[in-house]
Every structure is written in structure tokens, then in C-alpha cells.
Design a binder for this molecule. Structure first.
Ligand SMILES: Cc1cc2nc3c(=O)[nH]c(=O)nc-3n(C[C@H](O)[C@H](O)[C@H](O)COP(=O)(O)OP(=O)(O)OC[C@H]3O[C@@H](n4cnc5c(N)ncnc54)[C@H](O)[C@@H]3O)c2cc1C
Length: 394
């Protein structure tokens, strides 16, 4: 048996011995996953699963051991992912600590920042949120106006962020602030790490069309942040912001990459379209289902290729806009198709005429409308692809 086979066998045995039985069932929604943090209490099995995996560093398998990670090679991490998938095991921890700020700190952070912030992410002790967008700065992110003025050893921040996902549940925020109002707009921005419990931070949830409130307005009134929490250089935050967006866009596409287990489109068609118990009777629906499935397979393979490149040291670049665009547009198409297949049964909000699954179809479709906006809109991704990937003129 070669070393990797041995690792596979040991990993499988260890997972079977340590995973609580309830973690062997896929979650019915993202809210059942563990996002970590001090402000949320999770069921005992979820916490136990997080703790045993974090102890081995397997919540962040490829991060170096000195920062709490698993120190696995690319090949070992792939084996771990495969064995977890075979057992249908849940991720022990999710969130932008692992997928956004963690990778940025590994790439660009000082040794002090890495040692301070990475281990609490691995152990799920700290949950992060992203303070980029402002009421007047979304697509034109470099136009942000939140000010930070140096006072002794602290930056004093005043302004407002908006659409901050889960700010009400987060412990820390990575935030873009304007530190030089006289410089060209991209050159006066600094990337800071801010404790959400600092005096002067207040958060107000925003209610969405889907009925939930996943994001918030965040108000900052003379919030003091030590200058030691600058990532990269003062006034050099734009480069950090873009590097992080590369990780964010890959993460968003990654979220939609897996073909859902058991092809739910087929299941829906069999259930709601008469005469489709074996072969789907309607050729147009058959075509649309096959197209979504093929597009999904293409995305999955392309992302795998890019992830292999990243593990080999390639930094994510403008090509991540392709993943974000393709992943989210495919997901939106899939949700639309689910809606057309289930017909009026997927247009319920509440009441006895709809079962729970049907109500989820409606809400998931409404939530998917935000996919073409979050992490940069589809139009903005197309602009980036045109200019920076294809090299087309302005
Ligand atoms: C679900 C969700 C979660 C989010 N979470 C966060 C978060 O955690 N933290 C955070 O900071 N932000 C978050 N956002 C905000 C998101 O990043 C912004 O909404 C997005 O960047 C668009 O900005 P805007 O809403 O100001 O729209 P605008 O920039 O005002 O755009 C309005 C319209 O104009 C189009 N447009 C703008 N400029 C151009 C152009 N140059 N060329 C072509 N078309 C253009 C856009 O595509 C869009 O259709 C989230 C958004 C959503 C939907």
C-alpha cells in the first residue's frame, strides 16, 4: 500500500470513529452548517464535530500547522475531501474566515496578524464579516467614503457600510476605509481588521424579499482600531481588496459547483410532470435539465483545475470573474427551471396548500436573485472579463 493509500485508509477510519452520526446526513440548508463565532450556539453534535476536526487542523486542511491548519499536502487534502464526500459528511465549519480573510492573510498578512487571527478561524472561535459596500459605493467600490484618521496608535473610523452579510452574528470585520482623501480614489484606501465589539459599532439587520435578514447596515461612530491591524500597507488597501475579491469570487462559484445529490431537477420533473415516471415526457424540459446538468459539470471541472493551480501557488486573478459569473448564472437558471417544473406549487409563501419543500422552492428562488449582485454584479464581472481576461479595448 503506498503512502497516500495508507493516508486514505487511516483518514476513513478516523472519520468513521470521530464523526457524530447526525453529521453523516447532508444539511437541509446553510443555516444548519456551523459558521462558528462567539454569538451563536450550535447543537452539541455540530460543536463536537467542529472541535474534533479543528483539533487536527482539518477545518483548514492545507493551512500550515503553525497557524492551526492541518498542514496537509494538496494530494492529502484531496483524499480528505473525497473520503468526506463518500461518507456524505458535512463540512465542520464554513464562512468567510476560512474562504476569504484567512487565504488573504496567508498570502499578504504579517507574521503577527497570521498568528493572531488564523488559529481562532480554524477553531471556529471567531466569525468574520466583510465591510466593503457603502450606500454610495457598490460596483464603484473605490468610491468608498468611510474615513479613518490616525490618532496616536489607533485609526478612528467614522462612516457606514451596507449589505454586510451576517454583521449581527460576526465577531470581527475586514473593512475598507479611506485614509487619504486627497489621493486618487484607489490610492487612498486601507484594509483594516476591526473587532465588532469595539465601542461605536452598531448593526441593523435588513429584511429581504425571501423573508430572512441575512445582511445588515453597519454604522461606525469614532471606532478605534489599532494601527497594528492594517493588512498590507497604509493606502495600499486597494490591492488587498482585489486579492480578497479573487478568493470571494472563487468561493461563490465553488458554493454552486456541486451537482446537487440525486439530481433534484429530475426528481421534481418525475413528481410534478405527468407521464414522466421513467423518461421525462416533455422534450423541452428534458433538454433544459440536461443543459443545466452539463453546464454544472463544466463549471465543476474548471474550478477543480483552477484550485489545483492555486494549491500549486498560483494567485487568483481576473479569471475568477468567469467562475463567479458562470456559477451564479447557472444557479439562477436552475432555480428558474425548478420553478417552471413545479408550477404554481412553487409560488407559495405560506398556508395549507403547500408542503415545506414547496415553500423552500419559492424562498430559494427568491434568494437566488441576489446571486448576480453579491460579490460584484454580473455586469461588472463581464466588464472585468472583457478588459482583463480578453484584453478588449475600453
Ligand atoms: C446577498 C448579498 C450579500 C452581500 N454581502 C455583502 C457583504 O457581506 N459585504 C459587502 O460589503 N457587500 C455585500 N453585498 C453588496 C454587493 O457587493 C453590492 O450590492 C454589489 O457590489 C453591487 O453594488 P450596489 O448594490 O451598490 O449596486 P450598483 O453598483 O449601484 O449597481 C446598480 C446596477 O448598475 C449596474 N452597473 C454599475 N456599474 C456598472 C458598470 N460600470 N457597467 C455596467 N453595469 C454597471 C450593476 O450591474 C447593477 O445592475 C451583498 C449583496 C448581496 C445581494
Amino acid at each position: 500500500m503506498d503512502t497516500l493509500d495508507l493516508f486514505r485508509e487511516q483518514t476513513r477510519q478516523w472519520l468513521l470513529a470521530n464523526a457524530p452520526k447526525s453529521m453523516l446526513v447532508p444539511p437541509s440548508s446553510v443555516d444548519e452548517l456551523c459558521w462558528g463565532g462567539r454569538k451563536t450556539t450550535y447543537p452539541p453534535d455540530v460543536t463536537r464535530w467542529l472541535d474534533v476536526m479543528a483539533e487536527r487542523g482539518w477545518t483548514a486542511p492545507t493551512w500550515p500547522k503553525p497557524y492551526g491548519g492541518g498542514g496537509l499536502t494538496k494530494a492529502e487534502a484531496k483524499v480528505l475531501t473525497q473520503e468526506m464526500a463518500k461518507l456524505r459528511l458535512r463540512q465542520p465549519l464554513v464562512g468567510c474566515g476560512l474562504t476569504m480573510i484567512g487565504p488573504l492573510l496567508l498570502q499578504e498578512g504579517s507574521e503577527d496578524l497570521k498568528r493572531t487571527h488564523l488559529p481562532p478561524i480554524v477553531h471556529g472561535r471567531v466569525r468574520w464579516c466583510q465591510g466593503y459596500s457603502e450606500p454610495g459605493a457598490g460596483s464603484d467600490l473605490a468610491g468608498l467614503q468611510t474615513r479613518a484618521v490616525l490618532d496616536g496608535d489607533d485609526y478612528v473610523i467614522t462612516g457606514q457600510k451596507i449589505w454586510t452579510s451576517y454583521a449581527d452574528k460576526a465577531d470581527w470585520m475586514f473593512i475598507l476605509v479611506r485614509t487619504d482623501p486627497d489621493a486618487r480614489k484607489q490610492q487612498g484606501i486601507t484594509f483594516l481588521l476591526m473587532d465588532m465589539d469595539s465601542p461605536g459599532v452598531s448593526v441593523k439587520p435588513i429584511r429581504l424579499i425571501s423573508g430572512s435578514s441575512p445582511f445588515c447596515e453597519t454604522f461606525l461612530d469614532h471606532v478605534r482600531v489599532p494601527r497594528s491591524q492594517v493588512v498590507g500597507r497604509v493606502n495600499g488597501g486597494w490591492a488587498m481588496a482585489k486579492a480578497l475579491l479573487g478568493h470571494e469570487r472563487t468561493m461563490i462559484a465553488d458554493f454552486f459547483k456541486d451537482r446537487m445529490p440525486g439530481n433534484p431537477l429530475l426528481k421534481l420533473a418525475r413528481r410534478y410532470l405527468s407521464g414522466s415516471e421513467t423518461r421525462i415526457a416533455d422534450p423541452i424540459v428534458r433538454d433544459r435539465i440536461t443543459q443545466v446538468d452539463m453546464d454544472q459539470a463544466c463549471l465543476e471541472l474548471t474550478l477543480k483545475r483552477s484550485q489545483d493551480g492555486m494549491k500549486a501557488g498560483h494567485k487568483p486573478g481576473p479569471e475568477t470573474s468567469i467562475f463567479k459569473y458562470y456559477g451564479t448564472e447557472t444557479n439562477m437558471r436552475r432555480r428558474e427551471l425548478m420553478l417552471s417544473i413545479a408550477g404554481p406549487q412553487a409560488l407559495g409563501w405560506e398556508g395549507a396548500g403547500f408542503n415545506e419543500h414547496e415553500l423552500t422552492l419559492t424562498r430559494d428562488w427568491l434568494r437566488s436573485r441576489g446571486n448576480s449582485i453579491e460579490g460584484g454584479t454580473s455586469e461588472v464581472q463581464l466588464n472585468i472579463i472583457a478588459k482583463r481576461v480578453l484584453g478588449l479595448p475600453d
